[in-house]
Design a protein around this ligand. Structure first.
Ligand code: HEM
Length: 181
């Protein structure tokens, strides 16, 4: 994944636990970089190892770290660095989610080698929808949940419920979330 992802993990760990903890996380993860270059692609495994090490050292389950990272991504990383892109995504939580299928196409203009997830929406009502999440990566469902909660905060529309209602497996080629606000 692009360096901006690892940089955002660093930013979150430092904000929550301080820089000394970040050095320990990098050591345990076997990551030697002093700095991550935002627009350079790094192996996905590096990000997974950083999250795994942060989990071990803080005693927090990886799913909790990924969910917190999703919120951090929307409220800090994207809001501070890519506010215009977020603004272009919609004026309300519902509008943003309905436009989500097109979102990473715009991100790809900045990061041409992006391997983004693919989203679809269905069952749209005034207060809920189903979000379909296609990815070639594994284990990032809690990250999606955190992203959705972060979007709820951004649009001051608290998300009452976001949960996986069908996991990718023998019966489905992707994950489906129910989102209610
Ligand atoms: C301006 C805002 C955003 C930017 C710049 C951005 C950029 C990126 C980047 C660079 C990656 C790593 C993939 C790679 O390097 O190949 C990524 C992954 C991802 N993004 Fe975004 N993103 C943004 C907002 C969002 C939002 C709002 C959502 C969903 C609610 C989202 C969902 C995801 C997910 C789930 C992944 C993990 C990769 C996967 O599932 O395969 N992103 N994004």
């Amino acid at each position: 994944m692009y360096g901006m992802v690892n940089k955002a993990v660093e930013d979150m760990v430092c904000a929550m636990h301080g820089e000394a903890m970040w050095e320990q996380v990098k050591n345990l993860a076997g990551v030697n970089e002093d700095v991550f270059i935002s627009n350079e692609a790094y192996p996905d495994q590096m990000t997974y190892h950083l999250v795994g090490a942060a989990s071990k050292l803080s005693g927090t389950p990886p799913a909790e770290i990924l969910e917190a990272f999703g919120e951090h991504w929307v409220l800090k990383t994207a809001a501070e660095g890519y506010g215009d892109l977020l603004d272009a995504g919609g004026k309300s939580l519902a509008e943003f989610l309905i436009n989500l299928p097109d979102f990473h196409a715009r991100v790809s203009m900045i990061f041409p080698r992006l391997q983004p997830p693919r989203f679809q929406v269905s069952h749209v009502t005034g207060q809920s929808l189903h979000l379909h999440y296609h990815t070639h990566r594994t284990g990032l469902q809690p990250f999606v949940i955190g992203l959705v909660k972060g979007l709820g905060q951004r649009f001051r529309t608290p998300v009452k419920n976001v949960r996986l209602i069908q996991a990718a497996g023998p019966e489905a080629d992707h994950d489906t979330f129910l989102i209610e606000w």
